[in-house]
Design a protein around this ligand. Sequence first.
Ligand SMILES: [Zn+2]
Length: 312
Amino acid sequence: MIFISIHAWCWGFFGHRHINYHAVFLLPPEMLIFYKQNISFITEHAVDPDKRRYAVNAEGPRHYIDLDHYGKAPYADLPRKWKDAVDRFSEDSLNQHGIGPWWVQVMMARLTNAFRGQETSKILRLSAEIGHYLADLHVPLHACSNHNGQHTNQQGIHGFWESRIPELMAEKQWDFFIGHAAYINDPLSYIWDRVVESGAAADTVLLLERALSNRFPPDQKYAYEERNGVIIRQYSSRYSLAYNDALNNMVERRMKMAIYAVACFWYTAWANAGQPSLKALSGPALNEADQKEFAEMNLSWQNGTAKGKTCD
Ligand SMILES: [Zn+2]
């Protein structure tokens, strides 16, 4: 039996790949052809932003926002626009508590520009990455300072909710027929609505696990079970299924909403760029600089420690 510790990732590598992959099928035909041709790139690079946390200091805060730092839902005192928020709290302080919803706007502008310029490699990289940030913001514990149950003696709950449960259930039991991507008039309020939902659900995520833990036989909470071909000690299947029931399928719902949001943001960026034809674009067409950057990012991810708050 092999006993190793592994990093728990935001939505896990599995979750992020799954979300980007399924988002492709919600696109209109003009986009679908191009995205399907490049689906392995879009899927594989869904996790780049997490890898970058090992190389770039500024990366960490882009993945979350501690909404509880700003009071209670609906967080009326927190300006939704970046400039207003900076005026109110200063950039340093915002960075300290996470800038996820604002960072999505930066990515959205970049993706729209890439469509305008018909820059294949940028379109693909930015599509893969905005998918990551959008997906993170659908996770309740990405909107809460007690992000891994560290203040309530529930360490491990982060990966439990966003990795263990999807890995156990997504492929076999969840269906991802979600409909079609829609145009989003106001991407800023759209993502804020999702983030506020996440923040409001964080207490439920924590309280229900606490209640389940109190009534579950302690020796059955963890078990040696298989993960990615390796046997490791983790939350047992029984405990995971019981938690999923208690949550009334919240993880599946949030994952579906994430898939939908990713497709809608891709579609909206393309529409705002004037719906350029994607027919002529081929392959990821990575240049030497791209290749070098991926290689360096992978190296620091494999060898280093993440900077700032992580999902471990
Ligand atoms: Zn992340």
